[in-house]
Design a protein around this ligand. Structure first.
Ligand code: ATP
Ligand code: MG
Length: 424
């Protein structure tokens, strides 16, 4: 399927005396039998030349970032990004990689993050270039760097986050020497901009096996810098199930909530519904260590761990430059997730149910998912009872809203907006 598209492009570039090669993600994914619609290519041509060469061929052309040497275009169903050969170095004190154009495919492949991303298909001859043995590492399902991991991570520390991300996306092992370098150099991640770190974290959390990637982040010490609330949970034991620490519990809740994702509204309504659910699962108990410490030193506090957790969540997501909407959604879920525990002990009055619905607002389906996921990690009998109780609560919410048209009595403003208006 891909043949005609890349052959046509290859001919055009060759006629102009320029080299062109399919590279990175699409080559890797094609080898894994799952070619996507996004094609990444690398070329000897400078961006101005690339723009001219694709102009008469593509359905649409755009400039992704001339500063980074990338021109994007669309041809039929294919999205194509063509980047000029690069050989950038990372200034240890700068927060952005400095882009330096390279003059050879070999040089371009050598500065890539992992060997499985350093394979290329030259065009139009369809020659397979794999100078770092990516195909072998792909067969062994291993992430390895083309050069030494120390040099690679010193050139761009973000690659350490990318190791965790690809292990979560592909289910690959990170090679032992790469893990060792990550452990030694974890602190270097602090020179990378919060936005770049966030984007890799989001891809890790949204991957098919986020727990694998998160364990890599925690075990190498990277998480201590980018998401310290997560490793802090490993020190805590939950009173309900002493045999498991809160860290393991959290990873299980994340997996359970992924299983419940089909209960959420489809993507597109408000953007990233699954991310909010997954990140809320990850953060739901982060208030626990903090609360314990307050109690251990004897100080009296009125903070419950859900309130502390919401506060820590908000702070972390702001530091990682998440949008205000995503931050508020996740923090609200963290804050509300414990309220259901009070439901089991006694019957809720109608007004308690109404308050639950009102406080959750549009997040109610997410709250259902988080609370249910949290319940399933208890012992079988208890989990089953909680699940039935939750079914019952959801039924009751439905009945209540039908009978009393709950939606119509809900204020136009939500609690957060009211607090903002009142300056509270
Ligand atoms: P996907 O797009 O499916 O998430 P990908 O492999 O295409 O996966 P991108 O982030 O789009 O990942 O990067 C494209 C290619 O550019 C990678 O395959 C890799 O070769 C290279 N690359 C991207 N970021 C870096 C980096 N920080 N350091 C080195 N190489 C990188
Ligand atoms: Mg890509």
């Amino acid at each position: 399927r891909i043949g005609p598209v890349v052959d046509e492009l290859g001919e055009r570039f060759a006629a102009a005396g320029e080299e062109l090669a399919l590279v990175g993600g699409p080559v890797r994914d094609a080898m894994l039998g799952r070619l996507q619609q996004d094609l990444d290519l690398t070329t000897s041509a400078r961006p101005e030349t690339t723009e001219r060469l694709v102009a008469g061929w593509a359905d649409a052309v755009w400039d992704i970032g001339r500063a980074y040497g990338t021109i994007g275009c669309r041809k039929g169903d294919w999205t194509v990004e063509i980047t000029t050969y690069r050989s950038e170095a990372y200034d240890p004190d700068s927060r952005k990689p400095e882009v330096v154009y390279g003059d050879s495919l070999a040089g371009d492949l050598g500065r890539r993050d992992f060997t499985i991303n350093s394979m290329a298909l030259t065009l139009p001859d369809r020659g397979f270039e794999d100078p770092y043995g990516g195909i072998v590492d792909l067969a062994h399902r291993t992430l390895r760097t083309p050069g030494t991991p120390e040099q690679s991570f010193s050139d761009d520390p973000l690659r350490m986050m990318r190791a965790a991300r690809f292990s979560a996306q592909l289910g690959f092992e990170v090679a032992p020497e790469v893990l060792a370098a990550m452990s030694d150099m974890a602190e270097r991640i602090t020179i990378v901009s919060a936005e770049r770190v966030r984007d890799e974290l989001v891809k890790t959390v949204m991957a098919p096996d986020p727990v694998r990637g998160l364990r890599v982040l925690v075990e190498t010490g990277l998480a201590a810098h980018v998401l310290p609330e997560l490793p802090a949970l490993a020190l805590e034991r939950d009173e309900h199930h002493r045999h498991k620490d809160v860290y393991e519990h959290t990873l299980t809740v994340l997996e359970q909530s992924i299983d419940l994702e089909d209960r959420l509204p489809a993507a597109g309504e408000g953007g990233g519904p699954d991310f909010v659910a997954r990140f809320a699962a990850l953060m739901h108990d982060v208030g626990k260590p903090r609360t314990r410490r307050f109690l251990a030193d004897g100080s009296v506090t009125f903070h419950h761990h859900d309130v502390v957790g919401a506060k820590l969540t908000r702070k972390r997501m702001q530091a990682l430059r998440f949008s205000r909407d995503q931050t508020e959604a996740v923090a609200t879920l963290v804050e509300l997730h414990l309220r259901f525990h009070g439901y089991g002990s006694g019957e809720w009055t109608d007004s308690a149910v109404r308050r639950y619905v009102r406080d959750a607002g549009p997040l109610l389906p997410w709250l259902h998912v988080l609370t249910r996921a949290d319940c399933t990690t208890r012992n079988q009998r208890k989990a089953e009872r909680l699940r039935r109780t939750y079914d019952e609560l959801e039924d009751r919410i439905e009945r209540l809203s039908e009978e009393e048209e709950l939606a119509s009595i809900r204020p136009d403003l939500d609690g957060n907006q009211i607090m903002r208006l009142l300056g509270l």
